[in-house]
Unconditional design. Sequence first.
Length: 342
Amino acid sequence: MARARAAAKPGGKTTKPDAKTGKDDLLGYYRDMLLIRRFEERAGQLYGMGLIGGFCHLYIGQEAIAVGVQAIKKPGDQVITGYRDHGHMLACGMDPREVMAELTGRAGGSSHGKGGSMHMFSTAADFYGGHGIVGAQVSLGTGLAMANRYRNTGNVSFTYFGDGAANQGQVYESFNMAELWRLPVVYVIENNQYAMGTSIERSSAETELFRRGASFRIPGEVVDGMDVIAVRDAAAKAAEHARAGEGPYILEMKTYRYRGHSMSDPAKYRTREEVDEVRKTRDPIEHLQELMARQGVADDAALKAIDADVKRIVADAAEFARTSPEPDPSELYTDVYLEAAR
């Protein structure tokens, strides 16, 4: 039964931009978030048309997190996440054409049409995959951090998971190893408050998820995940901690997804009024747009030009995904095993 909740407005530490945040930075964040929003809206349309099959989890509402963390990421730092992954792919710089074509299962996709929504991967973009098993990526992301420490690369693993995955056992095994060996990993909890359809108050005894590392002596903090500047600044602090050899750090990003858990979820466990209230008062794109307007960064004409360019990119990606050929049947036998060098 749907019910209104006081947590409908995600809270956390909100940081206002200072003189170091330039006009180009703000416009870049705006464009990147808008690209994710328009891409996901079009993906939802293609799913409704039957061009995308299987599961499809949209990132609408959570754009500030992927974009804010990406803003401080250094080359070689890894990103790994769960199955709500399209936004992360785009934030990492993957080609929208290849991402959309992968969603439609076409040969032009980033995984040649064999991975689909939840299993894309690009080492060129330092993106180590979306993963379909809840919480499985946390152990893998910890392994990436272990490799960074072993090789002394100076890189950080940004390992994302949601409030639902926060209750998985392998998460705590990973926390223990990461702190024990002081691994350079930032755990980013995207707390959209409903997991797969159950509110955090009904599923978690401890609802302040940044505290989940306390028994392992891992520091953490809560962040307004609807504010790209707050996300960026918190991520910079956490990455510096990990990069300096101080071990893992936990960031709980308080956010909100506007759509259901997946395209097949009608989200009847919450009210339409709750969703509308968050859209009206906390939307990350509108928040940044208002901020830029107050600072005189961009007028309506400039923002409309960005929107038009983003729509053109997304329309092109959708057409490419629709017209790209399906994989040849022989592709069933490729990329199954890594053949060892003889």
